[in-house]
Write a protein that binds this ligand. Sequence first.
Ligand SMILES: [Zn+2]
Length: 111
Amino acid sequence: MASPDAIEQRLLRRRSELSQRAEQVGADLRHERDPLVADFADQAIQRSNDEVLREIGDSAKDELRQIDVALRRLAAGQYFICASCGGEIEEARLTALPATTLCATCAQRSR
Ligand SMILES: [Zn+2]
């Protein structure tokens, strides 16, 4: 099983990737490098790009929140414990979804 230190490193790396992405999206949404255009058709394109950017930003922020929860659970020694049934979360599952708080059985049930 991966050591808590290694898991923490992995979570922190992912966390910094995500906050960079969220920051980049924020800068793009403020149009720091591509000022809003005057042309109406171009504005429509920009608006729909902004829509996509906002979704990317929102999902990055969601994942950031999950990672913060995972880091707290790790620090509290609860990282491997399912938040629902108290059983152990499968290692393969944590490798695939490092921010999960549920074992495979409970995740299946809550869907
Ligand atoms: Zn469970």
